[in-house]
Design a protein around this ligand. Structure first.
Ligand code: AHR
Length: 530
């Protein structure tokens, strides 16, 4: 992936059956700030090649009991003066609904392996207060199973529950599922009814532990594979519920973990996870600032974010060895940027600001997941509100949408659409002898026949003059949105919430057989072609 010596141009074969010519005015800001030659980029959209459906779950989210994500960010309680629905803040619900979030993972993360579900049901004043051993502070358990499943319903997401393997038992896990999903006259189903929920919930995704190679128990893959087989046996399907059983997978380039899990437990699982965080410096002790950075950190962050392509490719190859039919999904259920904590905040709260750089990371990562949708069936960015690469930040009653939020809103058009392979012929973006592709792209066709093309220009200095040809489809009109800003570290703040926001791309003319786009430096753009 990282090419330190290669030529400035990476070449791919270009073919086209039918093309469209779109003339697009350069982005005005880009035209003003542009001082260097633009990059010339060729894209070929292979609408003539059958490809996989982009599982909508690739646009999933993650909400852990951590920092101010649940308490303050989502949950304010019914007595709060912040407008809320059953204790969940309305501004956050409304903003999240705009993203069409398909799936939401909870309660962790590392927290999952210390969470006991019985603590979080029944009258709130009777619930025990427990230390949050992973992230600090005390959890009042005001937010528990009912509150989470209400939240999922309110934002229209399917629930993905992460069970406790590290400090729980197979019996505890089995009973949690019975409590949530059984429509019988059992004691646990009746306890759920007594706690206010008559109808059982549907729980489509359930994982056995989290990061069991680390915070979830420091297990060896051989031991975890056996544990998974045992626990998965007791993830029962009650009352028509059908659980997809997810196993703890690897992180980064730990390929042995994937090999052992697939060899020993592929039959028992529906999905295997993968975690990867983008740390600008690559050093966990000194990750780098979220907001105070120069082009060196811009480049290294994007270079590290792009590595997920290599990891997904290699883990997928191992999975193919044991599962050539691709029955088992690769679930990238934690990904995103991770910086040094925001100065003045509690270290364990993992609060970080979110800039245009994060938007670029989101766009190129989602392109990678779209392009691997034959195996990647779910991805959950970490995390939804106030933690790591968040969609939303809150400060008491105030809330702000981050640049990453807008990328998720722009990209939702790919959810459930059929991928169109894109051949990219792009120069490299080189800094200090290290090179990465200047442009990333993905495309899909939705059920109404509309084609969507996402283009990320990673280069902060050069526009990309993109000539896009479409093989196998006729296109008559196009429109687009672009997200960019003058500064690499531009961000939305509580006092300036609209600094980084998508804007219409400008007039687009379609002519003949080619699409010509001038994509501004450091931007994410999504086009709809009809
Ligand atoms: O997302 C923060 C933490 O990162 C999660 O709790 C854990 O699974 C991972 O190490």
């Amino acid at each position: 992936m990282l090419n330190t010596v290669g030529s400035r141009y990476v070449r791919y074969s270009l073919t086209a059956a039918v093309s469209v010519f779109l003339l697009i005015r350069p982005w005005p800001e880009a035209a003003q700030t542009q001082t260097v030659e633009p990059n010339q980029v060729g894209l070929t959209l292979r609408a003539d090649q059958p490809a996989s459906v982009i599982n909508r779950n690739i646009y999933g989210q993650f909400a852990e009991h951590l920092g101010r994500l649940l308490y303050g960010g989502l949950w304010v309680g019914t007595d709060s003066k912040i407008p809320n629905t059953g204790g969940i803040r309305n501004d956050v619900i409304d903003a999240l609904k705009e993203l069409n979030i398909p799936v939401l993972r909870w309660p962790g993360g590392c927290f999952a392996d210390e969470y006991h579900w019985r603590d979080g049901i029944g009258p709130a004043d009777k619930r025990p207060h427990r230390p949050n051993a992973s992230w600090g502070g005390v959890d009042t358990n005001a937010f528990g199973t009912h509150e989470f499943l209400r939240l999922a319903e309110l934002i229209g997401a399917e629930p993905y529950i992460n069970g406790n393997l590290g400090t729980g038992s197979a019996q505890e896990m089995m009973e949690w599922i019975e409590y949530m999903t059984s429509d019988s006259d059992s004691t646990l189903a009746n306890l759920r009814r007594q706690n206010g929920r008559e109808k059982p919930w549907k729980i489509p995704y359930f994982a056995v532990g989290n990061e069991s190679w680390g915070c979830g128990g420091n297990m060896r893959p051989e031991y975890y594979a056996d544990q998974f087989r045992q626990y998965a046996t007791f993830l029962k399907n009650y009352s028509g519920n059908r659980i997809q059983k997810l196993a703890v997978g690897s992180h980064d380039n730990d390929y042995n973990w994937t090999d052992v899990l697939m060899q020993r437990a592929a039959k028992q699982m529906d999905g295997l996870s993968l975690h990867y965080y983008t740390v600008p410096s690559g050093v966990w002790e000194h990750k780098g600032s979220a907001t105070d950075f120069a082009e060196k950190e811009w480049h290294s962050t994007l270079a590290r974010a792009l590595r997920i392509d290599e990891f997904v490719t290699r883990h997928s190859e191992i999975m193919d060895k044991y599962d050539p039919q691709k029955r088992v999904g690769l679930m990238v259920d934690e990904w995103g940027t991770w910086y040094d904590p925001q100065p003045g905040t509690n270290r364990g709260a993992l609060y970080q600001d979110n800039t245009l750089r994060d938007a670029i990371v989101a766009g190129l990562s989602l392109n990678i997941f779209n392009n691997h949708s034959d195996r990647v069936r779910m991805a959950n960015i970490a995390q939804m509100v106030n933690v790591l690469q968040a969609m939303l930040l809150t400060d008491n009653e105030r809330m702000v949408r981050t640049p990453t939020y807008y990328v998720f809103r722009m990209y939702k058009v790919h959810q459930g659409a059929t991928r169109i392979p894109v051949e990219v012929n792009a120069p490299q973006y080189i800094l200090n002898g290290t090179s990465i592709p200047a442009v990333s792209a993905s495309a899909s066709r939705d059920s109404a026949g509309r084609i969507h093309l996402s283009v990320v220009n990673l280069d902060p200095n050069r526009s990309a003059i993109v000539k896009a040809r479409i093989a196998g489809a006729m296109v008559q009109s196009a429109a687009g949105e672009v997200l960019t800003a003058a500064a690499m570290n531009a961000m939305n703040t509580f006092d300036g919430a609209d600094a980084v926001k998508p804007r219409p791309f400008g007039s687009i003319r379609v002519a003949e057989s080619q699409l010509n786009l001038s994509v501004p430096p450091k931007s994410v753009a999504v086009f709809e072609l009809k």
